[in-house]
Design a protein around this ligand. Structure first.
Ligand code: ADP
Length: 798
């Protein structure tokens, strides 16, 4: 296989070292087989003792792997192969182990998970869906339990339980020695953990070691969309309607520019001027107008980038999003930052409340928080550069257990879609006639359904899988290797499930995988081929392509389009024949590279944008942790903050009116100051400062009397500060989220860039720090405290 020939020198060197360790583990086989169950499971305690005495995980590697390996054999009846041991070592070393589909990655992960869990700091395995997390966690969990370790499963299967877990549940999941969960659950748990209001509410410990299953899919393909936790509706804005009306008056090409291919839409300079006169404002790109600006952009995007019945459907007076890879309605998923409301306005349905982003994290930031990260995938090598750049993890290609026998036929390229459809079905018919099982894989649900209809017409019975029920489809796909079976599936359907060959099928050539189009990147092509020919079984793969395929239409060279126009007819001499010329094959490779390059640069873009959010998030979360977990005396700090806040007010209001001063005192310091002495209004800055500080001191004294103890007062300060931080941070996350929307549109209009986003986000960060201080003052001054008989007190913040 081509992939292997590219194996770099570095990879060879790594493999060489891994092999040497593997040999030592293999040598222990018979010795460990002799051990009693008690001796074997007793190893865990011995290892932990040795770690406590200063030995390292690397010192224990050989024995711990031998232990886990033997335990797998005794508990599961599966003895990890030599190549699986090699894969396990790569995982322990913080690499991405590239192992072909069917090589047994689930079993491979048990050895490094066991070893790394011995430190008692947790080892986590993340999968792409809950079904796999539960299945693998339960199955492999038996091994760890036998060895005296605990296991937690952090993800729930879709249909089983919709109830939120309690904090204790989640704590036990993450305090377990080994945790199986999904990447999304881990991300959301991370965010909600940092919204906890006390140390008791926290359930995550520091991250230690993670293995990411299907690493390229998670770390790259899913990494573009940040995970966002939302809550608290924002105040509903009426700008949606106004802007919706406004953009209906715009002329394309003149007042706004629209490029459907690049998915870009923005106001031209002329449109900008027009907006300024339409709304009677001085400048659209000023901080005063940015809400308006945001809503204009939202309306433009809602109208031009989101297509009805393609990106969304209107159902029961609601906008429901469609997953355009699988075509199914994404229940409960909503677009963020107002775009959902803009589409609702466009479609004239009832507007839902615009929720606020309370926390957001990308997979890049999430996984980079682990001191050690490893991954498993069938196809990682093609993306090694990017994986190293983003996550600093090298890829090690592990050899297969048995030599591959699958035959990968060269693509069959046709000019038109009908020719391709016909040829594909003919091939399925031929294979089906002799009983060879066929797995027909398409990129989208629509195409899967087209093939399904055609097969029906031909009278070929088959199952159709469109990734809408993971557990059910896993059961169906398991059978895809039986005699005479035909299965139509999207690329995602039944992922991670093993396809075993039925009786007599190997003799017929094994499972035939047919791809009905080449995928947006070659990794996906290989994932698709990899469904066949596992563990040295026979098999074949074949792609059918037409010049009308989305990949070529969007990314193909110009001459292909011209060629297609000229030959798009049935009278042509070679109608129905595949195109033989090499240049079509080259065009296809070119289109795929271009498509993947586009994806890579857009991922880079996401990382750049996320950088300022990451820095801010780290600072805020660290501050919260310090407040919650450490014993800091806040009284002196608070005093300083009060001074700063007063100074800030005086400085920003040099010519304050009596009314302003009165309002300020009432809003921030005390309600008991209804009548302000006349002379105070003429007072100097210093006099006002003195007065406010006096009010502060008096209020604190009063509160201290109610609370009575010093510890109680500390707790009061802590809560007041924490609340201030949280409120301001939630605002900030939401602002950054929206800012990104505004700036990305602006930058495509050549008006700004990532650096402008950084500048703006730094400005809003400074504003947030100011807000925090102000809120702290309000919280300590305007809150009331009540103490019950047992001395427990409740604080009521305004
Ligand atoms: P992958 O995720 O690499 O595609 P899986 O983890 O789904 O592979 O494993 C494929 C199949 O091989 C499973 O049915 C598993 O039980 C089986 N298997 C894996 N390793 C072994 C082994 N060492 N001995 C026997 N069966 C194994």
């Amino acid at each position: 296989m081509k992939l292997r020939n590219n194996t770099s020198i570095l990879n060879k060197y790594r493999l060489f070292k891994i092999r040497r360790i593997t040999k030592k583990i293999i040598k222990l086989e018979s010795e460990y087989r002799q051990m009693t169950d008690e001796e074997l499971s007793g190893q865990t305690i011995k290892f932990k003792e040795r770690l406590a005495q200063g030995e390292t995980l690397d010192d224990l590697l050989v024995e711990a792997f031998a232990t886990a390996r033997e335990a797998c054999y005794r508990i599961l009846g599966q003895f990890p192969y030599e190549v699986q041991v090699m894969g396990g070592i790569a995982l322990h070393q913080g690499c991405i182990a590239e192992m072909r589909t069917g090589e047994g990655k689930t079993l491979t992960a048990t050895m490094p998970l066991y070893l790394n869990a011995l430190m008692g700091k947790g080892a986590i395995l993340v999968t792409t869906n809950a079904y796999l997390a539960v299945r693998d966690g339960e199955e492999m969990g038996k091994v760890y339990q036998f060895l005296g370790l605990t296991v937690g499963i952090g993800a729930k299967e879709e249909d089983t339980d919709t109830n939120q877990d309690s904090e204790e549940d989640r704590e036990s999941v993450y305090m377990a020695d080994i945790t199986y969960t999904t990447s999304a659950t881990l991300g959301f748990d991370y965010l909600s953990n940092n919204l906890a209001s006390s140390a008791e509410g926290k359930f995550l410990r520091d991250f230690n070691y993670v293995i990411v299953d299907e690493a390229d899919a998670v770390l790259l393909d899913s990494a573009q969309t940040p995970l966002i936790i939302s809550g608290f509706p924002r105040v509903q804005s009426n700008l949606f309607d106004i802007c919706n009306q406004f953009i209906l008056t715009l002329k394309e090409g003149e007042e706004f520019f629209f490029d459907p291919d690049k998915k870009e839409v923005y106001l031209t300079d002329k449109g900008n001027d027009y907006a300024e006169s339409y709304f009677d404002i001085a400048e659209l790109y000023s901080s005063e107008s940015w809400e308006l600006n945001r809503h204009i952009n939202l309306a433009l995007r809602a109208h031009y980038l989101y297509r009805k019945n393609f990106d969304y459907v209107v159902q029961d007076d609601e906008i429901k999003l469609l997953d355009n890879r699988t075509g199914r309605v994404l229940e409960g998923t909503r677009l963020q930052s107002g775009i959902h409301q803009a589409i609702e306005t466009k479609e004239k349905v009832k507007k839902t409340k615009e929720s606020r982003a309370m926390g957001s994290v990308t997979y890049q930031s999430l996984f980079n928080m682990f001191p050690k990260i490893a991954g498993m995938t069938g196809t990682g090598h093609q993306a090694e550069d990017e994986l190293i750049e983003t996550y600093h993890v090298p890829v090690v290609s592990i050899p297969t257990n048995k030599p591959t026998q699958r035959i990968d036929y060269p693509d069959k390229i046709y000019a038109t879609l009908p020719e391709k459809l016909y040829a594909t079905i003919e091939m399925v018919k031929k294979l089906h006639a002799k009983g060879q099982p066929v797995l027909l894989i398409s990129g989208t649900v629509e195409i899967t359904q087209i093939y399904s209809k055609m097969l029906l017409q031909e009278g070929i019975p088959h199952s159709t899988l469109t990734a809408n029920n993971v557990a059910k489809e896993a059961l169906i796909i398991q059978e895809a290797g039986q005699y005479g079976t035909v299965t139509c599936a999207t690329i995602m359907a039944g992922r991670g499930t093993d396809i075993k060959l039925g009786q007599g099928v190997a003799e017929l050539g094994g499972l035939a995988v047919i791809g009905t189009e080449r995928m947006p990147n070659s990794r996906m092509d290989w994932q698709l081929r990899g469904r066949s020919g596992r563990q040295g079984e026979p098999g074949m793969s074949q792609f059918f392509v037409s010049l009308e395929d989305e990949l070529l239409v969007n990314n193909g060279p110009e001459w292909v389009k011209k060629y297609f126009k000229k030959n798009n007819n049935t009278e042509r001499r070679n109608y129905g024949q595949p195109l033989k010329s090499k240049r079509f094959k080259r065009a296809l490779t070119h289109a795929q590279t271009k498509s993947e390059d586009g994806a890579i640069s857009s991922r880079r873009f996401t990382i750049e944008y996320d950088e300022s959010m990451r820095i801010q998030r780290n600072k805020v979360y660290a501050l919260r942790d310090k407040l919650m977990l450490e014993d800091v005396d806040l009284s002196a700090k608070v005093e300083k903050i009060v001074f700063e806040v007063i100074g800030d007010f005086l400085q920003t209001h040099p010519k304050r009116s009596p009314h302003q001063l009165r309002r300020y005192i009432l809003d921030n310091f005390t309600y008991e100051f209804k009548k302000i002495p006349e002379d105070l209004l003429l007072a100097s800055d210093t006099q006002i400062e003195d007065l406010l500080f006096l009010i502060f001191k008096k209020e604190m004294k009063k509160k201290a009397r109610i609370v009575q103890t010093h510890e109680g007062m500390s707790e009061f300060y802590r809560l007041a500060v924490l609340k201030a931080i949280d409120e301001a941070w939630i605002e900030e996350v939401d602002t950054l989220q929206q800012l990104k929307g505004v700036i990305t549109t602006r930058s495509t209009a050549q008006k700004g860039s990532v650096s402008e986003y950084y500048k703006e986000s730094l400005r809003s960060y400074k504003e947030m720090t100011r807000q925090i201080q102000q809120k702290i003052v309000r919280n300590i001054m305007l809150s009331t405290i009540e103490v019950d008989k047992e001395g427990r007190f409740s604080i009521y913040f305004v």
